[in-house]
Design a protein around this ligand. Structure first.
Ligand SMILES: Cc1cc2nc3c(=O)[nH]c(=O)nc-3n(C[C@H](O)[C@H](O)[C@H](O)COP(=O)(O)OP(=O)(O)OC[C@H]3O[C@@H](n4cnc5c(N)ncnc54)[C@H](O)[C@@H]3O)c2cc1C
Length: 392
C-alpha cells in the first residue's frame, strides 16, 4: 500500500454546513484511518483477516456507539457526527466500517432502545470500549430478504428459554462475545435475545472463501438447545419492527460510508490521471477521462447533499425508513459505479493492491447486498410512493 495521500473532495463547500464539533470528530477519524488503517488494511484483506489490533482505535474515535449516551459509555454525538465517522472509516475499508456499524447500530442500539436498564449497564460500556465485540443474527439460510419468515425459535422452559435454529452471513460472528439474535416465541412473535459466547450449544463457524469484505470476519450462528437466561430477552420491542429499527440506524451509516469509498476512488483516480503520461500528456488531459472524473464528482456531491439532509432529518427525529432506504440504495450504487470507472482509469495498476480501488469495488458487492439488497430498496421506495406492495 502506498502512502495515504487522500484529500477529501468538497465541491459544494459542504463543510460550511458542519459545526465545529462535526469537523473535529470527522478530522480525528480521518487522521486515525490514515495512520492506523490505510497502512495495514490491504495486507489484512489479502489474508482475509480482520485486524483486531484496530479495535481500541475504533473505540477511541467514537465509532462504537457514536450516538449512544455517554452515561452508557457512548460518545453522545449527533447523527451527522455518526455519519461522518462512518464515512471516514469506509474511506479506509467497508469491512472495518461493517464492524463498527454492527457494533453500534445492530448490537448497542437494540440493547439501548429495547433492553432493560440492567442490560444497558451490563453490556453497553464494554461494547463502547471495544472490550466486547457483538454481532447481529437476523439472516437465516432460507430467509434473507424475507426475515419475517425466520424459523429460529425459543421455548419458555420456566426458568430459562431454549433456543434452536441457525443464522448465516453474520458479520463479526467468529470472534464476537455476544450476539443479538432474533427468534420467534411459541406464538410466532419475533423477539431479540442476547446470547453469550460460552453458552452450551452455541457455536459460530467462520465463512471462508469470500471475495468481498475480506477484512471483515463473517460466520454462522448455530443454536442447538441453547439455554438462554430469561434476563437476556430484550423486552421493550417485539415483532419484525424491532430488528428493522436497528437496520434503519445501520443503513443510515452505510449511506455515509459509501460516500467514503467513492471519495477514496475518485481522489485516487484524479491523482493518477494527473500523473500518468500516455501519448505524451497526462491521461487526465483526455476528454474521455475528464468525463469520468466530472461525473464522479457530480455524483459524490449529490450524495453528500442527500445524506447531509437526511442527517438533519434524523437529528430532528423526522427521517422515515423509506428516506433512509433511498439514501442507502442511491449512495451504494453510486459508489459501486465510481469504483468501477476509477479502476478503469488506472489501467492495469487498478487491479493491484497497490491502490485501494479494487478492494473497495469488491467490498461494495457485499454492501449493495446486505442491509437490504438494491432491489429490495427499490421496492421500499416503490411501496412508499404508490402505496402498493410489490414484495409478494
Ligand atoms: C458479507 C456479508 C455480511 C452480512 N452481515 C450480516 C449480519 O451481520 N447480520 C445479518 O443478519 N445478515 C447479514 N448479511 C446478510 C444479508 O443481509 C443478506 O445477504 C441479504 O439480506 C440478502 O439475503 P440473501 O443473501 O438470502 O438473498 P435473497 O433474499 O435470496 O435474494 C436473492 C436475490 O433475489 C432478490 N429478491 C428477493 N426477494 C425479492 C422480491 N420480493 N422482489 C424482487 N427481488 C427479490 C434480491 O434482491 C436478490 O437479488 C450479510 C451478508 C453479507 C454478504
Amino acid at each position: 500500500m502506498k502512502q495515504d495521500l487522500f484529500q477529501a473532495p468538497d465541491y459544494y463547500q459542504l463543510d460550511d454546513l458542519l459545526s465545529e464539533e462535526h469537523k473535529l470528530v470527522r478530522d480525528a477519524a480521518r487522521e486515525w484511518v490514515k495512520r492506523d488503517v490505510s497502512p495495514i488494511i490491504e495486507d489484512y484483506a489479502q489474508k482475509a483477516e480482520f485486524p483486531t489490533s484496530i479495535i481500541s482505535g475504533l473505540a477511541e474515535i467514537g465509532a462504537f456507539g457514536p450516538y449512544i449516551p455517554e452515561e452508557y459509555g457512548g460518545a453522545g454525538l449527533d447523527q451527522i457526527s455518526y455519519g461522518l465517522i462512518m464515512q471516514e472509516i469506509e474511506r479506509g475499508d467497508s469491512g472495518v466500517r461493517s464492524t463498527a456499524s454492527v457494533q453500534s447500530s445492530l448490537v448497542m442500539y437494540p440493547i439501548w432502545k429495547y433492553g432493560t436498564e440492567e442490560q444497558r449497564k451490563k453490556y453497553l460500556p464494554k461494547l463502547a470500549s471495544g472490550e466486547w465485540i457483538g454481532c447481529f443474527g437476523l439472516t437465516e439460510p432460507d430467509h434473507g430478504s424475507n426475515p419475517g419468515g425466520m424459523v429460529t425459535n425459543y421455548k419458555d422452559m420456566g426458568d430459562h428459554y431454549l433456543l434452536n435454529g441457525a443464522k448465516m452471513w453474520i458479520s463479526n460472528a467468529p470472534f464476537a462475545q455476544i450476539a443479538v439474535v432474533w427468534a420467534k416465541n411459541e406464538e410466532g412473535r419475533i423477539h431479540g435475545l442476547i446470547v453469550e459466547r460460552g453458552m452450551e450449544g452455541f457455536s459460530t463457524p467462520e465463512t471462508h472463501g469470500k471475495w468481498s469484505l475480506r477484512a471483515s470476519a463473517t460466520g454462522e450462528l448455530i443454536f442447538d438447545n441453547v439455554k438462554v437466561p430469561k434476563e437476556n430477552l430484550l423486552p421493550n420491542k417485539t415483532g419484525l419492527g424491532a430488528p428493522l429499527g436497528c437496520l434503519d440506524s445501520a443503513r443510515y451509516g452505510i449511506a455515509w460510508g459509501a460516500i467514503g469509498a467513492a471519495m477514496d476512488c475518485y481522489d485516487t483516480a484524479l491523482r493518477y490521471a494527473k500523473e500518468r503520461i500516455q501519448f505524451g500528456k497526462p491521461i487526465g488531459a483526455f476528454q474521455l477521462q475528464q468525463k469520468k472524473l466530472a461525473e464522479m464528482i457530480t455524483e459524490i456531491t449529490k450524495a453528500q447533499l442527500l445524506t447531509w439532509r437526511l442527517g438533519v432529518l434524523r437529528n430532528e427525529g423526522k427521517a422515515t425508513s423509506a428516506q433512509i432506504s433511498m439514501a442507502k440504495r442511491n449512495n451504494v450504487a453510486m459508489a459501486k459505479e465510481i469504483c468501477s470507472e476509477a479502476r478503469q482509469m488506472l489501467g492495469g495498476m487498478g487491479i493491484t493492491g497497490e491502490y485501494s480501488i479494487m478492494r473497495h469495488m469488491m467490498n461494495l458487492e457485499s454492501v449493495i447486498t446486505y442491509e437490504g439488497t438494491h432491489d429490495i430498496h427499490l421496492l421500499i421506495t416503490g411501496l412508499d410512493v404508490t402505496g402498493l406492495n410489490a414484495f409478494k
